[in-house]
Design a protein around this ligand. Structure first.
Ligand code: NAD
Length: 307
């Protein structure tokens, strides 16, 4: 069976590629390398350097993929606020272009990387899939629109799908430049002896899910979760202060964070229910936060870690 994976040169996509190859799928990657890197692509995957908004017919004709896993996106919340058109072109128009190709070439299933960002400020925790959606950024809005297009393509043309809404993903190969995830930034700064800057009091929480668990959820979605929207998370709240403590424990260090102004518009607490994923995808997260953090730090070289 062959999977066409968009965004496979990126952080999450490259782990999905590895997982699929391990599970004996043939993997074809489409990536424009706008944020991804060719060296992230695992051996064994075929690579096309192309933007998902381009003409995809020749690739679909040549490769005849059975499944499409769509990870490529404009992923930065702040870029979406300064460049909403670019965000919409990549995340909405790019997705429509891919959906069109899937229908024209009879793809069996479309699996989509969506986000907790479309829930906005939570009314309750843990946020389940029935929670109202009210995005606070154009990024969240473009992902919500992409979801709506996927559902209507399915209704009109019978394209089967699974939409996965990830919480905060962390792990190896996460970009530490620009607007990277807090875990990646903190690890890099901690191991190079730099200060850790916290916006606000540090008691704000996020639900961190390890990238290898996310990769397995995508592989599970090939088989299960037909026409469903499913949260992918650890269903645990970890505070920003907790990340500092866990890093200090692992590195046997005593880094004191520097507290700054709370960022306007930041959500105080976030946690996604993963009950539906456990039930429908026959998947559950295998990594606790400390285990995922240990594996991520260990991958960064000769660092002495506490057991
Ligand atoms: P990433 O930037 O590392 O990966 C995105 C990849 O897509 C990159 O390789 C990039 O070059 C490629 N790409 C971007 N636009 C493209 C285009 N128009 N055509 C072709 N390729 C293009 O980001 P990531 O964190 O790995 O995110 C993967 C997916 O997961 C995204 O859809 C993102 O919205 C979603 N997501 C990520 C998180 C997270 O915490 N990282 C959380 C929720 C959802």
């Amino acid at each position: 069976m062959k999977v066409l994976l968009t965004g496979g040169a990126g952080f999450i996509g490259s782990h999905i590629a590895e997982e699929l190859i391990k599970e004996d799928y043939e993997v074809v990657i489409l990536d424009s390398l706008v944020t991804g890197q060719e060296l992230n692509i695992p051996a064994g995957a075929r690579f096309y350097h192309i933007d998902i908004r381009g003409n995809l017919d020749p690739i679909f004709l040549a490769e005849k993929p059975d499944y499409v896993i769509h990870q490529a996106a404009q992923v930065s919340v702040s870029n979406s606020l300064t460049h909403p058109k670019l965000d919409g072109e990549s995340n909405i128009i790019g997705t429509i272009n891919l959906l069109n190709a899937c229908v024209r070439h009879q793809t069996k299933k479309f699996i989509f990387a969506s986000t907790a960002a479309l829930y906005g400020n939570p009314n309750y925790l843990s946020i389940d899939e029935e929670h109202p959606v009210l995005p606070k950024s154009f990024y969240g809005l473009s992902k919500l629109n992409a979801e709506s297009y996927i559902k209507l393509f399915s209704e009109l043309y019978g394209l089967s799908y699974t939409i996965l809404r990830y919480s905060n993903v962390y792990g190896m190969r996460q970009d530490t430049n620009g607007e990277a995830g807090v875990v990646a930034i903190f690890i890099k700064r901690a191991i190079t002896g730099q200060s850790l800057n916290i916006h606000g009091d540090g008691f704000q929480t996020r639900d961190f899910v390890f990238v290898k668990d996310v990769a397995k959820a995508n592989a599970a979605a090939i088989l299960y979760g037909e026409n469903e929207v499913i949260n992918i998370s650890n269903n645990t709240q970890t505070s920003i202060k907790d990340i500092v403590s866990e890093l200090n424990y692992l590195l046997d260090s005593e880094i004191m964070p520097i507290y700054g102004q709370e960022r306007k518009g930041d959500i105080r607490h976030s946690c996604l229910s993963n009950k539906k994923a456990i039930k429908l995808l026959k998947w559950e997260p295998r990594y606790s936060f400390i285990d995922g953090l240990r594996e991520t730090v260990a991958s960064m070289g000769q660092i002495q870690l506490k057991a």
